[in-house]
Unconditional design. Structure first.
Length: 79
């Protein structure tokens, strides 16, 4: 987000520009936004000024990453 700050709702798909990673907003803790990777896993804290809502292209990437992870899990971890 640049310029005006927007409160990111829980569950929103966003792009952390500092880490160049997509994640879902899990909540807000102090000055940070807590994000979880689209493939699941450990949350991380991101500075709200460096987080933006996902674009259509980001959403497609997130679906591909998630499908890859689900398929890998169902085939015994083989990518």
């Amino acid at each position: 987000m640049t310029g005006e700050e927007v409160e990111l709702p829980a569950g929103a798909l966003v792009h952390d520009t500092e880490r160049d990673e997509l994640g879902y907003v899990m909540g807000h803790e102090g000055p940070y936004v807590q994000l979880r990777p689209v493939t699941g896993g450990r949350e991380w804290d991101a500075a709200p000024a460096l987080v933006r809502l996902a674009t259509t292209e980001d959403r497609l990437t997130a679906m591909q990453e998630r499908n890859r992870a689900v398929n890998s899990e169902s085939s015994g971890g083989i990518l």
